[in-house]
Structure formats: C-alpha cells, structure tokens
Design a protein around this ligand. Structure first.
Ligand SMILES: [Fe+2]
Length: 454
C-alpha cells in the first residue's frame, strides 16, 4: 500500500493519495490536481474514488476536475446541499484495490464532516488508519463556528459525540491523517508534529481530555475570524468551482504596462520580505509574504485582477499557484525585472519606516509613538502583549480605520514582522503616512525580556 500526503503550504492543507493493487483514492484533492494523476501513473493505479472530509471553507477543492480527468467517483458526507458527487451513509464501505474504506459521519466542524477509516484487506479486518479531515488534528480539533454564533454550542456537542463516540472508539493504535497541519485557521493551535495516533491524541490532545460540558464551553469561548473569501469557497465547493484546466500563467509586464493595469484597478501583491518591501515598494501595493498569501482574502476580492511583484520567477510561480488555490483566477501579470525595473523608469516608490522592539520601547516611553496596534490573532494577543498595545486583527483594519490615528505616529506589531508589514501596507493605502513596522515583532520583544501583559 502506498500512502502519500500532499501538502499545500499556505493554508496548511494536507490531501492524501492512497493506492493498493492498481486502484487508488484521493482524500480532499487540491485545486491544481495534476499531482494525483502523476502519482497514479507512477504507481500504475487508477483513481477510483475521491473522498471529501467536508465542504471546506479555506481553499478550492479539486474534486470536480480530478473526477473529470480520472473518472473517479466523488463521495461526500450528508447534511449540506452538494450539487455533485454521491452522499455517503454513515458506515458505508467502499472497496478500492485491496483496501476497504469505511465512512463515518462526524458532524461538528461542518454538518457534512466525515472521516474515512482505512483497512488493508490483505492483513485482516482490523482498521489501521483514519483520515480525520477537520474533525481531529494533531493537538487540536476543528473549529465549530462556521454556522454562526447561535450554533456553536450545538455543533460542538455534535463534534464531541463524533470524537468520543466514533473516532476514539476505533482504538488507540489507529494512525490519524488530518486535513490540516500547523498554521491552519481551521483549528486553534495545531501541533507541528506530522504523525500521530488516536492513542497519542487521547493522551496529549488537551481537547480530548475535557468532559462534554467543559469541551462545549471551551469551544463557545473560542474566538476565530472568518475572512470574507470563505463564503465564496463554501459556494464553489458545494456547487463546483470554475475549472481553468491549469494554474494561471501571469505575463511578464514592463513597468509602463504594469502601471496601466494598476490604473485600471488591478491589485498588487508584493511577496518580498518585510525589509525589502519596507525599503522600497510600488505605492498602493500589499505586502503578502509567501507564507501569508492567504491573507489576500481579507482585502482583495476574488474577481479582481492581480499583479505580482517578486524577487524571481520561482516567487511568481509560487504566488500564482497559491493564490489560485484560494480562488484567485485572474492573476494577470508580474513586474518583469522587479522593483528595480520600476524605479529605473523613474516611477514613484513608497517606504515603511522600520523599527526594532528596542526602538519601539523607547518610542513608547518617550511618547514618540502614540498608538501600538497588535495585529495578531486573538489567542496570540491573549497569550501576552505589550501593555499599551491595542488589538486590531489584521483582517479587521480596513473596517476599523477610524480607531487608528490619522496624523500621529502609529507602530504595528505581530509575531515576527511579516503580518505587521501587511497591516502597514493596508494603512499606507488608506492614506496613513506615519506608520512604523516592528521587525522581529513580539517574538523579539519577548527575547529581549521586555514586559508583557495578559
Ligand atoms: Fe475546514
């Protein structure tokens, strides 16, 4: 049997290709689905099934296209109005090569959430692994707020049933293959570890050690953000997304062409590092460093034309592919020759003033900075922040601009300086001129031993 995890870095999504005896299945294929066909060819297997663990909210799923290309049957859970595929019945079994896959319905993260238990028929009728989607992660469980605040308690109660009544009942030795790794927004604090078993999770995953009442209470108290692009992902994934047949191939543009497209409304995503962006960038561009590209979904509509600024061709390809995975289809061009080509033509540049935590500390003490904006997630802020820092999650900045002083110095901070560079780029676009980005962020602040409060 061949089990291969396929990771998509930005949304920390993990899909799986599994083959045995000339047949294969795929769990939660990503949008650029050619990789599964290549794997099938390599191992000489035909993809017979595509199993969906749930509708997914944070990326476009590739099932429809993969099914068209491979002839595989799509199976998904009950509870939502899927417009394609076949709805499983709790306990249904599927034969794939020498494997058996048993579907179990575990609603909670979403109404259709399902897990798939894997058996190797050649070694008996004992399960040995389970694909858990966003029901159970290594170190965490799925968030339960997608149906709105009125339903969190009910969905959390269902999740508890699925985890304890169905998943853990499979036995401690079962290997788990979750739908996301660390960094995903589909849970709270996923562990960095790739591998786990139900037994290891029973011992180490604190969410599995709460009784029902405490579990529901904890889930109701969680604070997650829902970026606006999730709505479109939900619609795409239930109805079938646009099929492009390939990832976007942006065209290399001369500065004059690039400028003309910007004037027509195209949005600029600059993926360079915060110091590079802060030093010199095209006015109006967003700084979305490679590992934070999904934050584009907070500020750039999915139907917008997108232009890329990167250091090299690999950066352009990386950005195009990863933006495509979250639903951006109009990635129309990149700046050929990068920022250098731009300024060599005499075009204007913007910059962000960059400071270190030690400078920030002095500026706070002397009153030089009047407002410190901490743009991290709620749970990060709650785990320790600068006393005077105001919390505005980065995605909420456009809605809360009036809370940020217009003509006085403002410093932004996150964990390391990347997300705050994005936040600073939003503020610059909104006309703020006195914005400092704190390089090193709270990580460096803490390393210096400076005071934090909770
Ligand atoms: Fe999810």
């Amino acid at each position: 049997m061949y089990i291969q995890a396929v990771k998509s870095e930005i949304v920390s999504h993990i899909s799986y290709f599994v083959a045995a005896k000339a047949e294969a299945f795929v769990i939660d294929p990503r949008r650029d689905c050619g990789i599964y066909l290549e794997m099938a060819q390599q191992v000489g297997a035909k993809i017979a099934y595509i199993f969906e663990t749930h509708r997914n909210e944070d990326y476009v799923i590739g099932s429809v296209e993969l099914s068209k290309l491979s002839g595989a049957k799509i199976i998904h859970g009950p509870g939502l109005a899927w417009k394609y595929g076949e709805t499983l019945i709790d306990g249904s079994e599927y034969k794939v090569g020498s494997m058996k896959v048993k579907a179990i319905h575990t609603p909670g993260h979403s109404p259709d959430s399902s897990c798939y238990v894997l058996y190797d028929n050649e070694t008996g009728d004992t399960p040995f692994a389970v694909f858990t989607g966003d029901t159970l992660f290594v170190g965490d469980v799925g968030r339960t707020d997608f149906l709105g605040s009125n339903n969190i308690a009910r969905m959390s109660d269902l999740l508890y049933d699925g985890l304890h009544g169905k998943l853990l009942a499979l036995g401690d030795g079962i290997i788990i293959y979750p739908g996301h790794g660390a960094g995903s927004v589909c849970g709270g604090s996923l562990a960095e570890r790739d591998i786990s078993t139900l037994g290891a999770e029973r011992q180490m995953n604190t969410m599995l050690n709460l009784d029902r009442e405490a579990f529901v209470k904890f889930k109701v108290g969680e604070r997650h953000e829902i970026p606006p692009y999730f709505k479109t992902m939900e619609k795409y994934n239930l109805e079938g997304p646009p099929i492009l047949g390939q990832t976007p191939k942006p065209r290399g543009l001369k500065p004059s062409e690039f400028k003309a497209m910007m004037e027509k409304g195209a949005k600029v995503v600059d993926i360079r590092s915060p110091p590079g962006f802060g030093g010199a960038h095209i006015p109006g561009s967003y700084n979305l460093t490679t590992n934070r590209l999904n934050n584009a979904g907070w500020v750039i509509p999915l139907d917008a034309e997108v232009l890329i600024v990167a250091e090299d061709a690999a950066g352009v390809e990386f950005a195009s592919r990863n933006l495509f995975r979250i639903g951006y289809d109009k990635i129309v061009g990149y700046l050929a020759g990068g920022v250098e080509a731009w300024y060599k033509e005499g075009n204007p540049l913007s910059k962000i003033d960059m400071i270190t935590p030690s400078i920030l500390k002095t500026m706070i003490e002397t009153g030089e900075v009047v407002e410190v904006i901490d743009v991290r997630r709620y749970n990060e802020y709650d785990e320790g922040h600068i006393q005077s820092a105001k919390h505005i999650y980065l995605g909420r900045i456009p809605d809360r601009l009036e809370e940020i002083p217009k003509d006085k110095p403002v410093a932004v901070i996150c964990k390391t300086g990347s997300r705050s560079s994005f936040a600073a780029s939003i503020l610059l676009r909104a006309g703020r001129t006195r914005v400092y980005n704190t390089l090193g962020g709270m990580d460096a602040w803490k390393k210096l031993g400076y005071k934090i409060v909770f």
